[in-house]
Design a protein around this ligand. Structure first.
Ligand code: DP6
Length: 331
């Protein structure tokens, strides 16, 4: 292994986009290695991003993590420190780091802040340590912290197979360029359970987890095939099925995991109404109360206007397909 030489200016800054799974990952095949139990497929979102800077500091006695301007306690930073440890080990360095990260969207609310966050951290930390990793190696490093982050290293549409170490960019049809996600940020319900512990609870206690695990690969294959065939109706139906398979198995966890608020259900009904009236739009929901609606860019004004009038929808973010994680000019 070649050891990196760390000088006084061992700092780097990176940006990564969030991603939303069209075919959901939920559950781990290997907890210690953080390997997913089912395949997943995501769209990288241009409009949601995290910017993270990392500085290895010879004077620092401990790692420091600052998120959206607030210093985080060590107990809330374990995954950040663990990723830094992997980078230090790989680069053969000892210095502690100062990590500053900010999201341009609500953190830890089911808008995939851990996906963009750990992808940006993986890129900034390796660059600051003087390492040059391939995108597959970066995806593996980000995935080891948070599975969905392995997908945010890449742009476009991204697949991560069950048990896989890293994600890969997918070949897609011409429809992919026209797609947008309209994110309806809703009133939060009760405080959300973080996805890592929620999926462990589901695996341990939901009688439907084995059924989710059995059916998730077919939903994934259907999403993937529809994307390649540029068939939005087929893609949307498979995405909604994957979403509801996941939420059905979460609901049956003990205690139950119900991420939906009243506004979530109202937004979901609004999408069904839009479809009945001839607008091609489909919903997905993650580990939070927000509803994300997949549609063509040409239909997004109509979708946005309808969602805007749903009680409890606080704001809308319309996003096209985003690019890969990238380095920014160092601070
Ligand atoms: C519902 O990737 O946040 O968004 O690997 O434990 O960090 P960890 O979980 P995480 O889970 C994401 C779950 C999801 C579906 C998805 O993005 O595939």
């Amino acid at each position: 292994m070649s050891h990196a030489v760390i000088g006084a200016s061992s700092a780097s800054k990176a940006l990564a986009h969030s991603n939303i799974a069209l075919a959901k990952y939920w559950g781990k095949r290997d907890l210690a290695r953080n390997l997913p139990d089912v395949p997943s497929l995501s769209m990288t979102l241009a409009a949601l991003c995290t910017v993270t800077s990392v500085r290895f500091d010879p004077e620092a006695s401990a790692d420091h993590f600052v998120l959206n301007g607030s210093a985080q306690l060590p107990s809330a930073s374990a995954k950040v420190y663990a990723l830094l440890d992997r980078v230090r080990q790989r680069a053969g360095i000892e210095q502690r780091a100062v990590v500053e990260s900010s999201n341009d969207f609500p953190t830890a609310s089911g808008l995939a802040s851990s996906a963009s966050g750990f992808a940006a951290l993986a890129l900034a930390a390796t660059a600051a340590a003087g390492l040059q990793l391939t995108s597959a190696e970066l995806s593996e490093l980000a995935r080891s912290a948070s599975v969905s982050a392995g997908r945010s290293i890449h742009g476009g549409f991204v697949a991560l197979e069950a048990g896989a170490e890293s994600a890969e960019v997918l070949e897609v049809g011409p429809l992919a360029k026209e797609l947008v996600m309209v994110v309806a940020v809703t009133d939060p319900g009760p405080k959300a359970v973080g996805s890592t512990s929620a999926m462990q609870l589901t695996q341990q206690s939901s009688p439907y987890y084995s059924s989710f695990r059995e059916h998730a690969p077919a939903a994934y294959r259907e999403v993937r095939a529809a994307l390649l065939a540029s068939d939005l109706e087929r893609l949307g139906a498979a995405m909604e099925h994957s979403t509801l398979l996941m939420h059905a198995c979460m609901l049956a966890a003990q205690p139950p995991l119900l991420y939906w608020s009243g506004a979530t259900v109202s937004a979901l009904r609004c999408v069904q109404e839009l479809r009945r009236a001839g607008t091609i739009a489909f919903f997905t929901i993650d580990a939070g109360p927000h509803v994300k609606v997949l549609t063509r860019a040409s239909d997004s004004p109509r979708v946005s206007a309808a969602l805007q009038s749903v009680p409890g929808v606080q704001r809308l973010i319309v996003s096209g397909v985003g690019g890969p994680a990238r380095q920014l000019e160092a601070p």
